[in-house]
Design a protein around this ligand. Structure first.
Ligand code: AMP
Length: 576
């Protein structure tokens, strides 16, 4: 960030009733309806990017932001857009258009708008390829405030006259680098030509290659510039603790957290969540899984917080699940582990969190659970702190079994050393009349194992998500130039298949048409599509084996350059 937020080390200020309801969002000048929505979601304070972006966006300024997923960038543009929507909306035409690279993101972003804009009655519509156009037409016809669209489908609607941009107050280009990589540059240009000249333009991008810079120079007027993780942390500021991360999908996070805790066996751990709501939910989940967990967040009175801290210090709780605000200034000697249940929204916040352990020469461990899309944020944190975060594999079911056996062995060893076994000698002696001594021992170990290390209920494997370096293999210049798209190849080592599409150069098909059709119709991202070869009458697209069927059915149900195409797995040139 251009200005690092203050690092508080004292406990949070509280109101007379002991809670810190003076939510820091209030100071940003947002409408009461939005503040209400944020409080209901349990957001306690703006993330650094929100703190910097919201005031100038409320003033109508253009903005160029370098920020990846996980920084809170969606709310950073959604909140001011919704605030300004109230003044600008009249009639049924949209006042804001958000362009995003994929269907997945269109849905996510419009859900975020829904959540924040509920009390303002915001009408939000995601539009992307693959969804029946009829539904979109009806929704557009009945009036929409905010449209969140992939460029291809937005352009379709503009051409049909069903998406009218004359009333736009703001256009947002979200994940702009991703959109360029997918060959959407011309579509974006065409869309912006239809938007009023007197508009606010906001561009967010995880990276700032020169093409993005060029785009910003052309379309943004004196933009405010914001960059996450620009400042280097002063050397030595980040504590020396063992730092690792696991890449895991949201759905598998509770199970992954349980496994990691089982393997690490912390004396006491603090698990950081982003919101109060998540703190409460996770505390309940972890208690249900047999971990003695306590919640700590800004909605609790000082008395409640003191009770929680007491239980942690006394060892009657093992896990403290907390928000950043509530955990500020905490110094608990017993803490051995910090877990980031989500990647923190800025490197400063990461440094502050892991500072809860490893104090005064104590050994500490910091573990981060990151969703696949948040991998880039981990890299930013590594760069800023100058310390490495090792990506570890989530323990498998077999690892957990081995670990439990080790625990049983350790317990038995301890029991052998304690030497108070005499009362049981008679049992062994009696049983050895009938059984071999080894068998008796095995049965005893089995019983002990069942008691000391019972198996957990979630014996399902947690999928290992492949880790990919940022922009690995992706072309800097996008895919417009040639017929063969060199970058964005599927993971090295992953199995891929070629998909045959019965339309080629003669039908005017370009690589970006195929990428657009695939990403618009399926949940697959542009970077997962491999090489694209365009011949006169057909095209071949390389995709990961696991998604080939989805790609084929997606392409079959859509049109490419307005035409239906034969689509099937390539059979290696036969019949062409
Ligand atoms: P994004 O970087 O926009 O993908 O947001 C990442 C996640 O952070 C989303 O799940 C948001 O709901 C959440 N989030 C965004 N801002 C805040 C905030 N100020 N407090 C708590 N959670 C937030």
């Amino acid at each position: 960030m251009s200005s690092a937020p203050a690092q508080h080390d004292a406990p949070t200020d509280t109101t007379p009733d002991g809670t810190d309801e003076a939510n820091a969002f209030t100071e940003l000048g947002l409408r009461a309806e939005l503040l209400g929505a944020l409080a209901a979601l349990g957001y306690e304070e703006p993330t650094p990017i929100q703190r910097e972006a919201i005031p100038p966006l409320l003033d109508g300024r253009d903005l160029l932001g370098q920020a990846a997923t996980g920084t809170g960038k969606t709310a950073a543009f959604a909140l001011p857009l919704l605030h300004r929507m109230v003044a600008h909306r009249d009639g049924g035409d949209p006042v804001a258009l958000v362009l995003v690279p994929t269907r997945e993101l269109a849905v996510q972003v419009s859900e975020a708008f829904h959540r924040y804009g509920k009390d303002l009655g915001a009408r939000v519509l995601p539009i992307y390829g693959g969804q029946p156009i009829g539904r979109q037409l009806r929704a557009l016809d009945s009036g929409v405030d905010v449209v969140v669209a992939t460029p291809g489908r937005a352009l379709d609607h503009i051409a049909r006259g069903t998406l009218r941009l004359g009333g736009l107050a703001t256009v947002v280009l979200d994940e702009a680098d991703e959109m360029l990589d997918m060959g959407f540059a011309e579509d974006i240009e065409a869309i912006l030509e239809h938007a009023p000249a007197q508009r606010q333009t906001v561009l967010f991008s995880a990276t700032m290659p020169s093409r993005i810079d060029g785009m910003a120079r052309q379309h943004l007027r004196e933009p405010v510039r914001i960059e996450i993780g620009r400042e280097q942390t002063v050397a030595g500021e980040a504590p020396r603790v063992r730092q690792s991360a696991y890449i895991v999908t949201r759905a598998h996070k509770p199970a992954a957290l349980g496994r990691v805790l089982d393997v690490e066996s912390p004396t006491a751990a603090i698990v950081f969540c982003r919101s109060r709501e998540e703190v409460d939910r996770l505390t309940e989940t972890m208690n249900g899984r047999g971990y003695r967990s306590e919640a700590l967040h800004g909605g609790m009175s000082q008395e409640q917080r003191d009770r929680v801290m007491g239980r942690l210090r006394a060892g009657t709780a093992d896990l403290l699940v907390a928000t950043d605000v509530a955990a500020r200034g905490l110094d608990v000697e017993q803490l051995t582990h910090v877990v980031n249940y989500d990647v923190p929204s800025a490197p400063e916040s990461y440094v502050h969190r892991i500072g809860r352990v490893g104090r005064a020469g104590r050994e500490g461990v910091a573990i981060t659970l990151a969703e696949p899309r948040e991998h880039r944020m981990l890299k930013t944190i590594e760069r800023v702190t100058g310390q490495r975060i090792t990506i570890d594999k989530i323990p498998t079911v077999a690892d957990m079994r081995t670990r439990r056996l080790e625990l049983t062995q350790a317990a038995l060893r301890e029991s052998l050393l304690e030497d108070d076994l005499d009362p049981f000698r008679v049992i062994v002696e009696t049983l050895t009349d009938e059984f071999d001594l080894m068998e008796v021992a095995l049965a005893a170990v089995k019983l002990a194992h069942e008691v000391t290390s019972p198996g957990s209920d979630d014996e399902e494997e947690i999928p290992q998500v492949p880790v990919r370096g940022p922009r690995e293999g992706r072309p800097e210049a996008g895919g417009r130039g040639g017929d063969r798209r060199g970058g964005g190849r599927p993971r090295p080592g992953g199995n891929t298949v070629q998909v045959f599409v019965g339309l080629g150069r003669r039908a005017g098909v370009r690589p970006q048409d195929l990428v657009g059709a695939i990403t618009g119709e399926t949940g697959i991202r542009g970077r997962d599509i491999g090489s694209i070869e365009i011949a006169d009458r057909f095209s071949l697209v390389e995709v990961p084996q696991g998604v080939a069927d989805e790609v084929i059915s997606g392409l079959r149900s859509s049109t490419i350059k307005g035409r239906k195409a034969t689509v099937r797995r390539d059979r290696g040139g036969e019949g062409r």
